[in-house]
Design a protein around this ligand. Structure first.
Ligand SMILES: C[S@@+](CC[C@H](N)C(=O)[O-])C[C@H]1O[C@@H](n2cnc3c(N)ncnc32)[C@H](O)[C@@H]1O
Length: 389
């Protein structure tokens, strides 16, 4: 991709470039033919910038529903929060606050969501290209009067706001990092900031080492469509006293503390907790709320005899279960007329893809796809065959 400059962003923001981008939206994009066609009307740099933006708009659609009106930069787009997560954070986490700072705002994944939720946003970004893109994006969405874009390092600013959000860059020397001290800026700068503000929330990698968090910080985990997306640390008024998990897009939240241990046999239903619940260490709390039990104290599979419906679990009707043997599993699949099999495991050494291949011979065309869970119960390797209701 052609390197962007603030001048390039100014060009791309202009009416002629915007009209060209709108025209490109319906066209197939070919790196040779499209650029050659653009070169008839534009200089070499301009043609490359336009082509890159057209590609980035396509790539951005999953994260930004309004991508067709916005500008992007490749790495900043990759780092941007997904739309539903940014919206939830703006509305639920920052709900009570009016003036919110977005520290390290990038191209605006969070700043735009905060402004759309009615906040007055001070968006600080030290990269001038990203800051210029954010200016464009705010104007394109009619949010310019709610977002003040400041180009610079937020550590040098007096932040007169009610609350702040920080999304530190998690790359160090071009590589991804989960170490809180290796983030840009590092956790110690955020800890210092937290002492000056009533409320601060910091987005972190879900794989963070919890022991690196400063004492007194709250911590929760966020999933979207069953995929673990991020950790969110809270300071001051935003420091929840117990760990929490939230499953989006439903927005259902589970708050600690962890529940009492309850284990039991495989019942009529098997439940897989949402990954945010597992990462927050709240599997037993979830079991207690669902009146369910764990199959083994070390295993994050729950069971119950009645169906449970909550976005915090995925459930399967149990068809068979017993000690795991490949032959038995194949016989179960054949007996239930399975047309496909998905193997899932917790605390089992068996490779799901390898076993799925070996079980193919037991399948019949047209049958339902069933799920084979492999796990350990009381030290024995156990299998459960289930069907999604
Ligand atoms: C992970 S990105 C933010 C993404 C943004 N939340 C979004 O959803 O689009 C982090 C940004 O912080 C910026 N940054 C890092 N340290 C900064 C600092 N001290 N002051 C201002 N910006 C900073 C980086 O340039 C980068 O664009």
């Amino acid at each position: 991709m052609r390197r962007l400059t603030p001048e390039a962003v100014r060009f791309l923001s202009g009416p002629a470039a915007q009209a060209e981008l709108a025209a490109l939206a319906g066209e197939p994009l070919d790196p040779l033919a499209t650029v050659a066609a653009l070169r008839k009307r534009w200089g070499e740099d301009e043609a490359a910038w336009l082509y890159d933006q057209a590609r980035l708009r396509l790539r951005a659609r999953g994260k930004f529903p309004e991508a067709g009106a916005l500008l992007f930069e490749a790495e900043a787009l990759e780092q941007a929060s997904a739309g539903p997560v940014a919206r939830w954070r703006a509305e639920q986490v920052f709900g009570p606050y009016e003036r919110v700072a977005d520290l390290g705002a990038g191209i605006g994944g969070d700043a735009l969501a905060l402004a759309a939720a009615g906040k007055r946003v001070r968006a600080v970004e030290r990269d001038p290209v990203r800051a210029a893109i954010l200016e464009h994006n705010a104007a394109a969405l009619g949010l310019a009067d709610r977002i003040e874009v400041v180009t610079g390092d937020w550590r040098a600013l007096a932040l007169d706001v009610d609350a702040a959000f920080a999304d530190p860059a998690r790359r160090s020397g071009g590589r991804r990092t989960v170490r809180l001290e290796a983030m840009e800026p590092p956790i110690r700068d955020l800890e210092r900031l937290a002492r000056r503000l009533p409320a601060l929330a910091v987005k972190l990698a879900p794989a963070l080492d919890k022991s690196e968090l400063p004492p007194g910080a709250g911590l929760g985990f966020v999933s979207l469509a069953g995929e673990l997306k991020e950790a969110l640390a809270g300071f001051g008024e935003l420091a929840a006293p117990e760990p929490w998990a939230v499953a989006l897009p439903a927005g259902v939240r589970l708050l600690g503390p962890e529940g009492p241990e309850r284990t039991g046999p495989v019942g009529n239903y098997l439940y897989e907790p949402d990954p945010a619940v597992i990462r927050a260490g709240l599997v037993r709390r979830l079991a207690a709320e669902l009146d369910a039990w764990q199959l083994d104290a070390q295993v994050a599979y729950l069971s119950a005899d009645e169906p449970r419906s909550t976005p915090l679990v995925r459930g399967w009707r149990v068809l068979e279960h017993g000690p795991f043997r490949q032959k038995t599993a194949a016989a179960w699949l054949a007996a239930h007329g399975a047309g496909g099999v998905e193997v899932k495991r917790r605390r089992s050494p068996v490779e799901p893809a390898v076993l799925e291949k070996k079980l193919r011979a037991a399948l019949v065309p047209g049958g339902p796809t069933l799920t084979l869970f492999l796990t350990r119960i009381a030290g024995r390797s156990w299998a459960v065959l289930g069907r999604r209701p």
